[in-house]
Design a binder for this molecule. Structure first.
Ligand code: ZN
Length: 676
């Protein structure tokens, strides 16, 4: 089952069919309600449910006494209705007997407070005791369900690191020392040199003496120490997951294995995802309270997910307003639930389950609303899901094996750069937030935009923007140079390539490993802390554009030309943006942050230079394609009917009709045109 294709934004998710269903919690309902559910799911077009991610205490009520009879019964009954099952390892919610017997498995936060039983994710993934119990329940479940034909795949745990993404318990202290000992080949001198421990008397005499870094105790930790701690956190959760995956695969090779992210301190482009068949992304667009921003934010998050490893499963797609103590989401208006589903599929979902089948009547999420309300009465959300289920009979099989077309890309999906920013933010926006400004420019104008890692397949990408990635691995430069020489347009933002893999500042003049390719050196840099007090502007394609956050004064190599100059303070007349021809392509270095005004002023000329064309402005348009076919998703987010002129010739899989000269879409409506 496991695919050997490398992680890539173009990798399909390797499903045998499009799985469609919901997270289901039969343990929360009485027998009469449970008995009604499978037929109603079938009527909604479901072919799968996800079960048991928080049910460890039901399956192992006392240590070593396993009882899977409840799920045997549910899985069989669902199977009779044609609904298969994805099971979960239930380690996000260990049973009370375990935490009472072994309180040492509870996580300790940076303030030194030990977590307690009562919510979830309270156990530490580096605890050898917890790992032992995790392997045991995984083995017991895998062995029991091995020959059950209705069980098609697994989700490991649930949303690793969603509530607490670091731990400082004694097991972590010890494991961190061991992690570093291996990394530095048992040479503490190598660690001292790599971390620059000559500063503030940090020199270590042994690996055992290295503590997990805690902020504000009393002040700032060493950024090299912090970055390696984050590497430790992802390595630890990867090992924890690998133990489960190894057991599952050994028991049954036909199962697919996934996990539902995305959260901090996990490298989803590293071994964590290579151990899985495909990544999962839990999609909750209603966390964005502003309806005008919601569609875009969903699109960006999905593109960000695809950047890590390719197409994915949505184990949880929002199906109603979510509510927890501090917030309560808006209820999707009629049509919005269906529309959000298609945005996910258009941008890379190869299977999708809603969260959740029915709203629970109790517990911390008793108002996290599902497809059905508490009273089980099917209302408009159910009707909408049913409509999607009917349409997916045609759309589901068509999308499998395709990837999302990307003409213009923003660099994304890099663990070290996300982590490195968090260690030294300086009050500057996260590079991820700056990439929104670039990505959004293209999204709003109807380009085929995505996020792509610099080491990924850039063959079809014509314009590639790198937003302020402070750690730029020198090994990435040569393939990138080749891509530029072949005609690519590369845009590099300020502060890129200024730190090394240890999070120390590079020894060379900046922009370090990109200096030669860009043909610039940074003569001076500074933060713009209050731009209104001392404004700086640059002139780009005839427009005077305000800048924010950061300035760099560039010196140019002989073959590099100025594209924009500074206006303001002592920088007037100095170069702010440069361009250099390299082979058939061009490298543009931008000595400031990619704010929206800068992105909007800069990018039109560069898209022209790169020869990229807008697809269809005015609607969200995404093309999923492979060598055999093209599927065009048109999604109307406007509150009025939009008419698309000259749509692709083909058949709309939603209506079954051939396309004509125009295609009219009502508000929230969708067309999926399979081109002929
Ligand atoms: Zn721990």
């Amino acid at each position: 089952m496991k695919t050997t294709l490398p992680l890539s934004h173009k990798r399909p998710a390797n499903f045998s069919r499009f799985w469609f269903g919901a997270a289901y919690y039969p343990e929360h309902w009485d027998e009469a309600t449970r008995a009604d559910d499978p037929a109603r799911m079938k009527a909604a077009g479901f072919n799968v449910v996800r079960l048991a991610e928080f049910s460890w205490d039901l399956m192992e009520p006392r240590e070593g006494q396993y009882d899977f009879s409840f799920y045997d019964e549910q899985i069989a009954r669902l199977g009779q209705a044609g609904v298969s099952t994805i099971l979960c390892t239930p380690t996000a919610a260990p049973p009370r007997w375990l935490t009472v017997q072994h309180p040492e498995i509870l996580r300790v936060n940076a303030a030194g407070v030990r977590m307690q039983h009562g919510s979830r994710q309270q156990a530490c993934v580096s605890s050898p005791v917890f790992r032992d119990y995790s392997r045991r329940i995984t083995q017991a479940m895998a062995g029991h369900f091995r020959d059950n034909p209705q069980v098609v795949g697994w989700q490991t745990d649930n949303e690793f690191y969603c509530h607490i993404d670091e731990c400082h318990c004694p097991a972590c202290q010890q494991a961190f020392g061991e992690f570093l000992r291996q990394k530095f080949g048992d040479d503490i001198g190598a660690l001292n040199r790599a971390w620059g421990t000559a500063f503030w008397a940090l020199t270590f005499g042994s690996f055992a003496a290295v503590l997990t870094p805690r902020r504000d105790q009393p002040t700032y930790p060493n950024p090299a120490h912090e970055l390696d701690f984050k590497r430790f956190l992802t390595a630890t959760v990867t090992e924890f997951q690998r133990e489960q995956v190894t057991i599952l695969r050994a028991e049954q090779s036909r199962w697919f294995v996934t996990h539902n992210g995305l959260f901090n301190n996990i490298d989803y482009r590293g071994e964590f995802t290579r151990d899985l068949d495909m990544l999962g992304y839990d999609c909750y667009p209603m966390f964005h309270f502003n309806p005008a921003e919601r569609a875009y934010s969903q699109a960006f998050n999905l593109d960000q997910t695809r950047a890590w490893s390719g197409n994915f499963i949505i184990p949880e797609q929002q199906s109603g307003p979510g509510g927890q103590q501090p917030y309560f989401h808006s209820n999707p208006e009629p049509g919005e639930l269906r529309k959000m589903t298609y945005v996910s599929i258009a941008r890379g979902a190869d299977s999708l389950l809603y969260f959740r089948w029915r709203t629970c009547r109790f517990g911390a999420e008793e108002y996290w609303c599902g497809i059905l309300d508490h009273d089980s009465v099917p209302r408009r959300r159910y009707a909408e899901v049913q409509q999607v289920g009917e349409e997916l009979q045609r759309v589901g099989p068509a999308v499998l094996g395709t990837h999302v077309r990307v003409d213009v890309a923003v660099a994304g999906g890099d663990f070290v750069n996300n982590a490195a920013h968090d260690t030294l933010p300086f009050g500057l926006p996260h590079p991820r937030h700056m990439s929104v400004n670039l990505h959004r420019h293209f999204y709003e104008r109807g380009y085929a935009v995505g996020l792509v890692h610099p080491t990924d397949d850039l063959a079809d990408v014509k314009l590639f923007c790198v937003p302020h990635w402070v750690v730029f691995d020198p090994a990435w430069v040569t393939p990138l140079r080749r891509w530029v020489e072949a005609g690519g347009v590369l845009v590099i933002g300020a502060r890129t390539a200024t730190r090394d893999a240890n999070n120390n500042v590079v020894a060379e003049t900046i922009p370090g490993s990109l200096r030669e390719l860009a043909g610039v050196t940074v003569e001076e840099y500074g933060k713009q802390n209050l731009p209104a007090a001392r404004p700086l502007r640059l002139t780009l394609t005839g427009k005077s554009v305000p800048t924010d956050h950061w300035y760099e004064w560039l010196q140019l190599d002989r073959d590099t030309k100025p594209l924009a100059k500074w206006k303001g303070r002592h920088l007037t007349g100095k170069v702010a943006v440069s361009t250099r021809r390299v082979g058939k392509g061009q490298v543009i270095y931008v000595g400031t942050y990619f704010t929206q005004p800068v992105a909007d002023a800069l990018l039109p000329a560069l898209t022209k230079l790169a020869g990229v064309k807008s697809l269809w402005p005015g609607v969200e348009v995404v093309c999923r394609q492979n060598a055999e076919k093209r599927l065009w998703f048109f999604i109307n987010h406007q509150e009025r009917t939009v008419t698309i002129k000259q749509p692709p010739r083909g058949v709309d899989l939603i209506t079954g009709k051939k396309t004509g000269k125009t295609l009219a879409l009502r508000p929230n409506d969708i067309a999926v045109v399979q081109a002929t």
